[in-house]
Write a protein that binds this ligand. Sequence first.
Ligand code: PMV
Length: 331
Amino acid sequence: MRLRRSSAIASAPGKVVLFGEHFVVYDTPAILAAINRRVNVTVRVNNTDNIDITSDLGLAGSFKDSRFNSLKGPKEAETILAPLCECARLVLSERGCNLGLDIDLVSNLPESVGLGSSAACCVAITAAVDSLFHEPDRNWISAKAVESERLIHKDSSGADCYISTFGGLMYFVKKEGFKKIYSKKELSLGLINTGTKHSTGNLVSSVKKFKETNQTSFKVLMLLSEIICQKALAAINEGDEKTFGNLMYQNHVLLQEIGVSNKKIDELVNMCLTKGAWGAKLTGAGGGGSIIVSIPRHDYGLKIFFDSLGNDGLGGQSIPVKVDFNGVLVA
Ligand code: PMV
């Protein structure tokens, strides 16, 4: 396919899982929201056959065929950058074109804390590279981004790439795809980053072990997760934030059962509930990462609590968050 331009810019949002993480890998539903924090990617055709990637995480490297040359950052740079290089190569091979590219990543999405930064990188790179050839198509972008994300963690449900591509709120089932959700009210959400990074792949593997050794109880937990998702869908549709918050905590208890919460997450969740939140739970893979909180509007006490996070001895960092309705953007 012929090039229609030599450079492109794309950006893609991060996400929070509101309900159903981990169980979604085994085909039960999840509810996700895109958030107003993004990964920005600039792609330029260079006159070599190398894929050169720089990231504001302090990493840079050059890929020539299967060889990697680190230009900046620690040894692990290759492990982090290689799937992103493969993401660009996948698009180039689909478009039948072997080009050298400079790829620059700038992100205002903290990475490895459950906010979908890997998926947002895959979506933004796929969209930017594909737009060198033609007007990108969101269905194609999400499907290709999922293939690339599976190089980062092989059992990915794919939910993160879909929400990052399409934005908004969605009800997702791995085998069936997604349905957009329309909410009567804007959700009033808060986000706390525990500051502890996690590996999604390791946590998904630990849940797989739990499932294998506790088959009957895992089936029950999956069923409960599905029921919570269905009730949450109705609560969002109706704008019933109290029920929505209550279900969040019920979902958190299921995540405790499968061993992906920890003491710090539980303390922060309980602290939010004590301060008057409607609900709170870990979001994403857990083991650290982030907490999502449903906040009664105009609750000044809770606002003070959020502002004082980090000074409370628990060490969480509050992140202002709104639902992003744009999804991937290409310029
Ligand atoms: O922590 P994150 O942003 O990687 O979210 C992972 C969500 C899981 O349900 C645990 C895995 C998946 O592929 O859906």
